[in-house]
Design a protein around this ligand. Structure first.
Ligand SMILES: [Mg+2]
Length: 120
């Protein structure tokens, strides 16, 4: 079981992630709707795992990833990407992203990725 922070500007995506992860025994400790709020909540709550959407207003996922890794290099961050974001994915790998999930979501992929990070 992991304590998870979901950061995504899409209400639908947040709800899908929450539902799937809670069904698999994880605790969603909070949600954030952009990168700035995500970094603030990361700092306050220190979740085991963060899911971080790439495309968000205010502060995007790539910048939020860099800020989270600066706060805690051992943080476990799963980037949520969509098709056609290869260049941003490369930026994320350079910034220390631990795993990737691709929209549209695949339930088994979500469960496997989070389980892997939670046991590292
Ligand atoms: Mg988005």
């Amino acid at each position: 079981m992991a304590r998870i922070l979901i950061v995504d500007d899409s209400r639908t995506s947040r709800k899908m992630l929450r539902t799937i992860l809670e069904e698999n025994g994880h605790e969603i400790i909070d949600e954030a709707v952009n990168g700035q709020e995500g970094v603030q909540k990361f700092q306050a709550l220190r979740p085991d795992v963060v899911t971080l959407d790439i495309t968000m207003p205010v502060v995007d996922g790539v910048e939020a990833l860099k800020m989270i890794k600066a706060l805690d290099a051992d943080s476990k961050v799963v980037m949520v990407t969509a098709a056609g974001q290869k260049n941003k994915m490369i930026d994320c790998i350079k910034a220390g992203a631990n795993e990737f999930l691709t929209k549209p979501f695949d339930k088994d992929e979500i469960v496997n990725v989070v389980a892997k990070l939670a046991t590292e």
